[in-house]
Ligand binder design. Structure first.
Ligand code: IVH
Length: 675
């Protein structure tokens, strides 16, 4: 080994050490800058010495662009679940059962029940080999590429670790990370994660580990399965694992008897709001491994451990009134206004009531005292009514019969829970909501048209629907004089803003057929269905004529969706809108050369720089020809499609030897050989 190769080994050791100091022990002993310098040195040396590659190198914690589908792996020891208990009585029953089998003195280890997604890590010779999800308990997904990016998972261990062993724990998204992630998603119009558990599980299954690397997941470990554990107690095993470099959560106590266990449960039920990660209960485990063996397992759960689940936090408060919100599809959602009440760390003023059936089920009356609960979801819900507090004169809450926005009589479609306002063409929130959806990023992607501007254009009569956007250029002069009325300032929409908007509207014409289909906002037809429908029908003309039987044949299109499409096109106004869009030159078919061929199968593209059409257009072409599109360049990128002024992605592609192509070469690639 030469000096550089030795240095690589040394740097990897140092970086692993500092990584642990920072992410596991929370006690860094170098600055971030010094850490970055070491990392840079290692990256540079690794590039010079590809023969020294190691999947566990700290440089790979940043992840890769595209991972292959996850492979299913069988667990060496099945990943069992735990029985749940909900009361002190049930905990005492458990303790009695345990003592009957193993004698009177039993120590329990009390831990918190972390609310994330469980993971099993395998180490061989002190290096992370595999990370597998729980799956069905017998087989799970191999998500090693993603788990490697989680900073408190050690890639290399130190100390007297066994040659091969498994360790289990929970992958979690801390509250702070979750809140930030949802804020970002909200800002970019993406669907919000309901809770940190879903966000952690969803992130772990991403096909792009470089996104996982940025999501701030953490791994808390709590169990070493198998016969040959390092010590004779569960607690001892955890202490050992900590010495080897794992993050073992500090909220753990050894309890001498069930009374101490119950005190632990009561303490954490109160203090859980202060933890950085979500928990939903306490887990108690018999400490002595030989006693665990005596107790054994049922078919599904160990007899030596049990979970105690906290009750969802619930408060009583007064119902002040019910509002009805009308969405872009006309669906009317009831929302309860409440006397503000403190619940699970936040003040709750409103709660969703979902639909008329829920109101009826609760038998909700005006001014009722209601119980609100924050389950796993962001929006609290009303789970019950304290009937004893109801005033005799109070009347049942009656779902509105007319639209609160436009006065039209509401309708209910057979088999659906929602009431709808059928006045699609004139009901203000439906009109503005549809246009907001039309311009959104995953639809026509028109920049510079926020909710405020849309409302202003509507109120001035400049537009009435999405098709009118393509005539806005004829009103340029009026636009220039327009003042944003709903902002406090009197800033004029400047020339440049108007020009940018015009450009963006013009560009949107080439967004592509799948995006256009999504932009129409047909009820139940989202991004995926739009893509599938576009691939099948290939043109708007064909799609508009599709029959029920043809629609239902399309992948992932169900009865409700098919009916919704037919309903949409049964309205002459919708047909006119679509025909106008086509007449303005909005692209409404798939490019023939790309449609349905699989020329780009297995090829991954990164798009960069300024191209003659929006990126969405090229993205659609690539996807419809069977290729993939990724955000960042890596060794796995097949082609960089580069336009003018390409920057860092171009230099990275050059460095990695990724083939760089322009628009013309790209077009050549997707034209079928027989043309
Ligand atoms: S021990 C054989 N300890 O709860 C015992 N599980 O309902 C294996 N969980 O799938 C589990 N915190 O995902 C254990 N401190 C903890 C836990 C914990 C959360 C999860 C785990 C498991 C589920 C069982």
């Amino acid at each position: 080994m030469n000096r550089e190769e030795e240095r690589i080994i040394e740097l990897r050791k140092q970086l692993e050490y500092h990584n642990k100091k920072y992410y596991v022990d929370n006690a860094p002993d170098i600055t971030d800058f010094e850490f970055d310098l070491l990392m840079l040195e290692l990256e540079t040396l690794e590039k010079k010495h590809p023969e020294m590659s190691d999947p566990n190198s700290p440089t790979l914690r940043v992840g890769q662009d595209i991972n292959k589908e996850f492979v299913q792996v069988e667990h060496k020891y099945p990943m069992l679940s735990l029985s749940n208990t909900y009361s002190e009585g049930e905990l005492r029953d458990f303790d009695n059962r345990v003592r009957k089998t193993v004698g009177d003195t039993v120590e329990y280890v009390c831990e918190l029940k972390y609310d994330g997604t469980s993971i099993s890590l395998t180490y061989e010779d002190g290096a992370l080999q595999r990370a597998v999800t729980r799956g069905d308990g017998v087989k799970g997904d191999d998500v090693t590429v993603n788990v490697r990016t989680i900073r408190n998972v050690p890639l290399k261990l130190h100390g007297d670790y066994p040659q091969e062993f498994e360790i289990r724990g929970e992958i979690l998204m801390p509250f702070a990370v979750f809140d930030r992630l949802n804020e970002e998603r909200d800002a970019s119009g993406e669907q919000l994660f309901a809770n940190p558990r879903n966000a952690a599980a969803g992130t772990l299954k991403l096909q792009n580990s470089s996104i996982v690397a940025k999501r701030g997941l953490e791994c808390y470990l709590y169990y070493i399965p198998g016969e040959n554990t390092p010590t004779s107690t569960h607690y001892g095993n955890l202490q050992k694992a900590k010495e080897w470099g794992f993050y073992i959560p500090p909220y753990t106590s050894v309890c001498k008897n069930i009374d101490e266990v119950i005190a632990f449960v009561e303490r954490w039920d109160k203090e859980r709001a202060e933890l950085p990660v979500p928990i939903d209960g306490v887990v108690l485990k018999v400490n002595d491994i030989s006693k665990q063996i005596l107790l054994g397992y049922t078919a599904k759960v160990p007899r030596w451990a049990i979970a105690y689940k906290f009750k969802a936090e619930r408060e009583a408060t007064l119902l002040v009134g019910v509002d009805y919100q009308v969405g872009r599809t006309g669906a009317v959602t009831p929302v309860a206004n409440l006397e503000p009440v403190h619940l699970a760390g936040t003040t709750v003023k409103r709660a969703s009531l979902h639909n008329a059936d829920i109101i009826a089920e609760l038998d909700l009356h005006d001014n009722d005292t209601v119980y609100v609960e924050k389950g796993g979801e962001i929006i609290p819900k009303i789970v019950g009514v304290d009937v004893s507090k109801r005033k005799p004169e109070s009347k049942p809450v009656r779902f509105v019969t007319v639209c609160p926005e436009c006065g039209t009589t509401l309708v209910r479609i057979d088999g659906e829970a929602n009431f709808y306002c059928p006045n699609e063409l004139d009901c203000p929130p439906q009109i503005s909501g549809k246009i907001e959806h039309f311009v959104s990023r995953k639809a026509m992607n028109i920049d510079g048209l926020g909710k405020e501007t849309i409302d202003l254009l509507l109120s001035k009569g400049f537009i009435h629907n999405a098709a009118d956007l393509y005539e806005l250029h004829t009103k340029r002069d009026k636009l220039l004089g327009l003042e944003r009325e709903n902002t406090a300032s009197t800033s004029r929409i400047q020339e440049k803003t108007v020009q940018n908007l015009m450009n963006s509207i013009e560009d949107s014409k080439s967004a592509g057929f799948p995006s256009l289909l999504n932009a129409l906002g047909i009820r139940y037809i989202g991004e995926t269905a739009s893509r599938n429908l576009a691939m099948t029908f290939k043109s708007m003309q064909a799609f508009m004529q599709a029959t029920y039987d043809e629609l239902i044949e399309v992948a992932d299109v169900g009865e409700q969706m098919a009916k919704s499409v037919l309903r949409y096109f049964s309205q002459p106004e919708n047909r006119t809108l679509v025909e106008r869009l086509i007449a303005y030159g909005v692209k409404a078919n798939l490019d023939e050369q790309a449609a349905g061929n699989d020329k780009l199968n297995g090829k991954t593209f990164v798009i960069t720089g300024t191209l003659s059409r929006p990126r969405e257009y090229f993205k659609n072409l690539i996807l419809t020809a069977g290729g993939k599109v990724s955000d960042s360049v890596s060794a796995k990128t097949s082609y960089l499609l580069a336009g003018e002024n390409a920057g860092s992605k171009l230099s990275k592609a050059e460095k990695l030897g990724v083939q760089i192509i322009g628009e013309q070469e790209f077009e050549q690639m997707i034209i079928p050989a027989d043309k």
